[in-house]
Design a protein around this ligand. Structure first.
Ligand SMILES: [Zn+2]
Ligand SMILES: [Zn+2]
Ligand SMILES: [Zn+2]
Length: 448
């Protein structure tokens, strides 16, 4: 059955979405109409075909970003939370009013029965826009107030208070309510992953959340519920498993650099984490479309399991990190275009190497120029560091590092003998890894 055309105009949809997020109890819109308004905003976002275009759209609506973050991080008591959901799903709309029927694609009855699950889709546009802006903004760096702009059009975020208006602890408690154990809870983890990667104090506070409920218990419940559903009826799951899994592990990857807090947390929670992750590891190959997933969580599962169960496990030492950096460099030297928002979907092995660092490849002059000065992870920075390493080693030695069959371990052995500073090498790895993970996140938005 073809659905009737969405009756909302973009401006009206945006206005309604923002005002509802700002004052949900004061609004008289029901979740059914609200979800159509949300769909209209998302449709507008999707008319921007490039990641840069989508980011520009998101940045140009700071009122949506601010309203969204306020709505999602405002701590409510369980009864206030229930009242909010009831208020929004309770349809009081007057169906005699002209055009109103069209705004309820599923009819009045259905809108009364809208669940929490459907409810959460009404703020997806806000979450997507928040994520996109933060991915494109330098870590821990806030925008400057622009005096030429009105207050509501000031770029977001201007300060930690603008990022999380009710503070870190309230945000985590609020997310605890939104992230219930059904699979759609993953959207909140996607949001927490981008916010925590942007702002370190949040990441640390998440790990230390009471009883590890938000950091570890809930993610394991989401994975377990998803696996239960899959085993009960594999056919109903289809492609729905990749995103929840990906969001969960993006979330863990965000926590991992805070190893002083994260390692003890995983150990304390070993009896919860181990069975869930063991089961997921066994189940992975049979999950729908697994072989075509853009992201493979196996490495992260193995790492989490060894941290949780091996008391000898320690945070990686400098040599490990340098080895890992060389593996990253080997992959990048072989791989496709290094520009985060490269419009080509498939990796292009024939992309040519940057003349300065002789390592990163770009598929076109355009990608290279954009990569050079992109805001969050400019190639300019890492290029200079790679260049310095290369100059220190000399060309013939440099070329030897990239011969076929050379592993990160081999390369590390060679440069260690040359007395290279491993801090410099692991810094290169960290910068290159940031580019690769941004690339992964930008692919999540389905940019063609
Ligand atoms: Zn209604
Ligand atoms: Zn490219
Ligand atoms: Zn370069």
């Amino acid at each position: 059955m073809a659905l009737p055309q969405n009756p909302w105009s973009f401006d009206a949809a945006m206005k309604t979405l923002v005002s509802t997020l700002q004052d949900p109890m004061g609004s008289n819109i029901c979740a059914s109409r609200l979800s159509l308004a949300e769909a209209r905003v998302t449709a507008e976002l999707n008319t921007r075909s490039s990641m840069a275009g989508k980011t520009k759209f998101a940045k140009s609506h700071p009122e949506l970003l601010r309203a969204g973050i306020r709505f999602l991080t405002f701590k409510r008591s369980p009864s206030e939370f229930a009242a909010l959901i009831n208020h929004l799903v309770d349809c009081q709309c007057d169906f005699e009013q002209s055009g109103m029927r069209e705004q309820h694609i599923l009819g009045k009855r259905a809108s009364e029965g809208l669940s929490m699950y459907a409810m959460r889709h009404t703020f997806n546009a806000a979450i997507e826009c928040i994520n996109m802006v933060l991915i494109a903004t330098t870590k821990n760096k806030f925008y400057r107030r622009d005096r030429s702009l009105a207050e509501r059009k000031q770029p977001w975020p201007l300060s930690p208070e603008d990022l999380l208006p009710y503070g870190v602890d309230d945000a985590i408690q609020a997310w605890g309510f939104w992230a219930t154990s059904d699979a759609a809870g993953y959207v909140i983890y996607k949001l927490a992953a981008t916010l925590g990667s942007f702002y370190d104090p949040l990441a640390v506070a998440i790990i230390q959340s009471p009883d590890y409920t938000f950091s570890l218990r809930r993610p394991m419940e989401i994975l377990t519920t998803m696996m239960d559903d899959f085993e009960k009826d594999p056919a109903t799951m289809q492609q729905e498993v990749e995103y929840p899994i990906r969001a969960t592990f993006d979330f863990f990857e965000m926590l991992l650099p805070h190893s002083e807090q994260f390692i003890p947390a995983l150990r304390d929670m070993s009896s919860t984490v181990t069975p869930a992750l063991d089961r997921l590891r066994r189940l992975l190959p049979s999950l729908p479309g697994f072989s075509t997933w853009k992201y493979n969580p196996e490495e992260m599962i193995t790492l989490a399991l060894s941290i949780a169960n091996d008391p000898e496990f320690h945070a990686p030492v400098l040599a490990d990190m340098a080895e890992w950096a060389f593996n990253e460099m080997i992959a990048i030297r072989k791989g496709g275009c290094n520009y985060v928002f490269c419009p080509r979907t498939r990796d292009n092995a024939h992309a040519s190497r940057c003349a300065s660092c002789d390592l990163a490849r770009f598929c076109s002059k355009e990608c290279q120029t954009k990569a050079w000065k992109m805001q969050q992870a400019p190639h300019k920075t890492v290029c200079a560091k790679i260049r310095a390493l290369k100059d220190q080693l000399g060309q013939p030695f440099w070329a030897k590092l990239w011969t076929n069959g050379m592993t990160g371990e081999d390369a590390l052995g060679l440069v260690q003998a040359k007395g290279v500073d491993l801090d410099d090498v692991s810094e290169i790895g960290r910068l290159l890894n940031m580019i690769m993970s941004l690339k992964g996140m930008s692919r999540d938005f389905g940019v063609s």
